[in-house]
Design a protein around this ligand. Structure first.
Ligand code: TEU
Ligand code: CA
Length: 588
């Protein structure tokens, strides 16, 4: 299959409706009533048959987003990149990688989205760059003024540079191995919390910060409506760069406490906010913050502090592992723990700050397979019910591509089926440490990020309508049943459930602002809570299990005369809930 170059005519944005305008109004706080749709460009839609999704492919599908009713697209990185971590390793922040298209293509996408009243949020990856970014290439020269733009350090005192254990600290990289890479040329090491092709920027250096802010301002001038900020709470490292306590048998040890939530984080966020006019220009800002706490999120999202609108916490996506264990260890998830965790964030940010709400993204396995039940019998109702219980919380919901279709985890035959650097590096390290390959493959099957990255299933034609070529990652074989064409054609599908949920958020102030209160916190199957705004009360009740459940009498508010919204199952609502049955009652 030859891959013809991207033909401008083919990639022209669909003719925008007459009323299309380039710049969209951004009233204060608009993001509180918005629903965000995340696109992972490699896997969304391929327009030129090379098997890799691209920007013209996205533009050709904006009507799907308009029909769903989302207000914003968060676009994972499309910048020039060697793709060592699928674009989260950027070599030029102000150009588009040819794999994904061109600056003209991104302008066409912005115009097509804005013409449909949909805003665009770009991914800001500035904790690190690619090692092919000119900034880093220059910094390799010890005499370069750019040397201090990164974290270069000599070998550990008394150790032979380049030998095992000579790394400046014993920190582990997120992608296995040491967080330090030895550089023959300068006989020193540079820090990389992720892959060795993702060297960390030194935010202590004001030149670095000014260069980032200037780049952001140029994207805003191009029509961008906000930023999702990658591991933004890693930019302020703890002074001194010292070892973490050793762990027997581990040469490299996770060291989050040495670089997460550092002492100058909020100073940098406030400086960025002022320099880019983030609040002044009502740009949507969400910071990805592993190990962030409700207390930190409350401060960071307090408008009085002029830092960020929201953060992505990781607490609720790390409950199905033994505490303190790595993501590769799987533990059953008890519903009360999940309910209570999210309730804490609701309560802590009830009066100040604002929450983000998500189950899925490009780093997490598919929620319907993880938190729901992806069997043919329960896939649709569990996907709907997971959406209802999430969108019913107070905060801004994020829908990940394919989540509106009920897409599931895929099946991996062997290590050859994986593409994600985190998964491949873990496989090498774990089998290298003697773990049976079978056990490692099992952990990867349920945890790998590749589960979220299989091509979007548009229809039941070959390659699910994603590409006319060979996809970079195999299409999930269940595309024959699970696809957009089938879902859009079926009024009872997950697609229309998400569409209705988004509509309700646009219609019901109680769903946006209503105070949250968890009910039945210890119930193993039922997830119930209220949202109250003035006289109006929303009751969300759901059975989050694959067996029937009965609501204990006298606990839930009386719903006589209440409006029934979004029932997943037909019939008069009763205290007996079918597996994965949920509904919302609007009282008052
Ligand atoms: O993810 C940061 C992050 O914490 C994740 O790597 C997480 O630890 C892991 O995926 C959980 O499995 C961000 C991006 O979302 C991710 O895609 C990038 O790989 C990473 O930063 C580096 O840019
Ligand atoms: Ca392509």
């Amino acid at each position: 299959m030859t891959t013809e170059p991207l033909d401008p005519a083919a990639t022209a944005a669909p003719t925008p409706p007459a009323s299309g305008t380039a710049v969209l109004e951004r009233p204060a706080g608009w993001w509180k009533t918005a629903v965000v749709y995340q696109i992972y460009p490699r896997s969304f839609a391929d327009s030129n048959g090379d098997g890799i999704g691209d920007i013209p492919g996205i533009t050709s599908r904006v009507d799907h987003l308009a029909q769903l009713g989302v207000d914003v697209v968060w676009l994972s990185p499309v910048y020039r990149s060697p793709q060592d971590d699928n674009g989260y390793d950027i070599s030029d922040y102000e150009d588009i990688d040819p794999t994904f298209g061109s600056l003209a293509d991104i302008d066409a996408l912005i115009a097509a989205l804005h013409a449909r009243g949909i805003k665009l949020v770009m991914d800001l990856v500035v904790n690190h760059t690619s090692d092919e970014h000119p900034w880093f290439v220059e910094s390799r020269d010890p005499a370069s003024p750019k040397r201090d733009w990164y974290w270069w350090r000599p070998a550990r005192e008394g150790a032979e540079p380049g030998t095992a254990g000579a790394e400046p600290t014993n920190w582990a990289s997120f992608f296995s191995g040491s967080a330090w890479q030895f550089d023959e040329q300068s006989q020193e090491y540079y820090l990389h919390l992720f892959s060795r092709k993702q060297p960390d920027l030194n935010w202590e250096n004001p030149e670095v910060r000014q260069a980032v802010y200037a780049m952001m301002n140029r994207w805003v001038a191009r029509g961008v409506d906000g930023f999702r900020m990658d591991v933004i709470n890693f930019i302020s490292k703890q002074p001194g760069l010292v070892d973490v306590p050793a762990v027997p048998g581990r040469a490299h040890v996770p060291a989050l406490e040495r670089f997460a939530n550092g002492p100058r984080l909020e100073e940098f966020l406030q400086e960025m906010n002022a320099a880019v006019g983030l609040d002044e220009r009502h740009l949507l800002t969400v910071g990805e913050m592993p190990v962030s706490t409700p207390e930190l999120a409350r401060r960071v999202t307090d408008p009085a502090n002029a830092e960020l609108n929201m953060v992505f916490t990781f607490e609720h996506v790390e409950l199905d592992r033994p505490s303190g264990a790595s993501k590769w260890e799987v533990a059953p998830l008890e519903l009360p723990r999940l309910k209570k965790n999210l309730a804490v964030w609701q309560e802590e940010l009830a009066d100040v700050g604002w929450n983000s709400l998500y189950w899925d993204n490009h780093d997490q396995p598919r929620a319907v397979s993880r938190f729901g039940d992806d069997s043919p019998e329960h896939r649709v109702s569990s996907a709907k019910t997971l959406a209802t219980v999430q969108h019913g919380h107070r905060g801004t919901p994020y829908v990940y591509q394919g989540e509106e279709l009920g897409m599931t985890n895929t099946r991996f035959l062997d290590i050859g089926s994986f593409a994600d650097i985190e998964s491949l590096n873990y496989h090498t390290e774990a089998t290298g440490q003697g773990l049976p390959a079978e056990a490692v493959l099992q952990a990867l099957a349920v945890r790998s990020r590749d589960n979220a990255r299989t091509p979007v299933q548009w229809d039941d034609t070959s390659q699910a309508g994603f590409t006319e070529g060979i996809p970079w990652l195999p299409v999930n074989p269940n595309y024959v049943v699970v696809n957009a064409a089938a879902a859009v054609a079926d009024p009872g599908s997950t697609f229309h459930h998400f569409r209705r949920l988004i509509e309700l958020r646009h219609q019901l102030p109680v769903l946006v602002e209503g105070r949250f209160a968890l009910l039945l916190p210890d119930h193993e199957q039922i997830w119930a809570y209220t949202r109250t705004l003035g006289e109006q009360v929303l009751l969300v009740v759901a059975n989050c299990s694959s067996t029937p459940a009965t609501v204990p009498p006298g606990v839930l508010p009386d719903v006589t005369g209440a409006q029934l919204l979004l029932p997943t199952h037909a019939g008069e609502p009763s205290a007996r809930l079918q597996p994965w049955e949920s509904r919302i009652h609007l009282i008052g």
